[in-house]
Design a protein around this ligand. Structure first.
Ligand code: PEP
Length: 257
């Protein structure tokens, strides 16, 4: 199986979200073998998108969640509320949260723990900034992010652990990682996650994010180390997104996944 996660970020209002959700449903209808697709829209349109995706295989995700369950936390959205509206997934520690909203490793670990204890499946995002890659410390930086998020995490046996490798310099820049570098990092992430958590191999999924588009998606998705892609900008353009979904379908057909 391959996973295609669409992070719409803070881009679409109600009408645009409904139109794009309908278009996503149309492209999936034509595919013989489809990846698992999940849409991560803004909080304000989760309910509208859910209604369109109802009774399809398309999943719903949130871009963030509160750590606390309930109470005086103005502006936060709790995990219970996300469950209520029909979310399956939640992003945790996206690089924009880490850099623009000062989420450090400690906070990300708390968020991940709260989400892991719920019915949602969290997707932990990790990735090095350009300075760390240039100084040869990409592995060390990502290992530290992983260790801090996973070291005290209890993962129920039946639950999936998703980790998105998203180098910060590749996000929204048009400069995706080289396939060889990405495969290397995925191997490292998978083996570290396994060592730290001792979770079942088949339940650990490592996906890539950072300037994925219709042209480069096949090259990433055909790699065995890549369980899927997290797509930002290209998920807002239906032809690009269609190309990415088609690439995943082709890989799944060719590799009998
Ligand atoms: C993202 O924000 O998770 C992302 C991968 O963005 P983009 O595809 O635009 O690089």
């Amino acid at each position: 199986m391959k996973y295609i996660f669409a992070n719409w970020k803070m881009n679409l209002g109600i009408r645009e979200s409904i139109a794009l959700s309908r278009a996503v449903m149309r492209i999936l209808r034509g595919e013989e073998k489809t990846p698992i697709v999940s849409i991560f829209p803004s909080f304000t349109v989760l309910n509208d998108v859910r209604k369109i995706m109802a009774r399809s295989r398309v999943k719903l995700g949130a871009q963030n969640c509160a750590i606390e369950k309930k109470g005086s936390f103005t502006g936060e959205v709790s995990i219970g509320m996300l469950e209520d509206v029909g979310c399956d997934y939640v992003l945790v520690g996206h690089s924009e949260r880490r850099t623009l909203f000062a989420e450090d490793n400690e906070l990300v670990a708390k968020r991940l723990k709260s989400a892991m204890e719920s019915r949602l499946t969290p997707i932990l995002c990790v990735g090095e900034p350009a300075s760390e890659r240039e100084s040869g410390n990409a592995e060390g930086y990502v290992s530290e992010q992983l260790y801090s998020a996973l070291k005290d995490l209890k993962i129920p046996k039946q639950k999936d652990l998703f980790i998105a490798y998203e180098p910060v310099w590749a996000i929204g820049s048009g400069q995706a990682a080289l396939v060889a570098d990405m495969v290397f990092m995925h191997g490292l992430i998978r083996s570290l996650a396994k060592t730290i958590t001792d979770h079942q191999d088949s339940k650990i999924h490592v996906i890539y994010g950072g300037s994925v588009d219709a042209k480069n998606a096949y090259g990433f998705l055909r790699e065995a180390q890549v369980d899927g892609v997290l797509v930002g900008g290209a998920s807002l353009k239906i032809r690009e997104f269609e190309g990415i979904v088609q690439s995943a379908s082709e890989v799944m057909l060719a590799q009998e996944l």
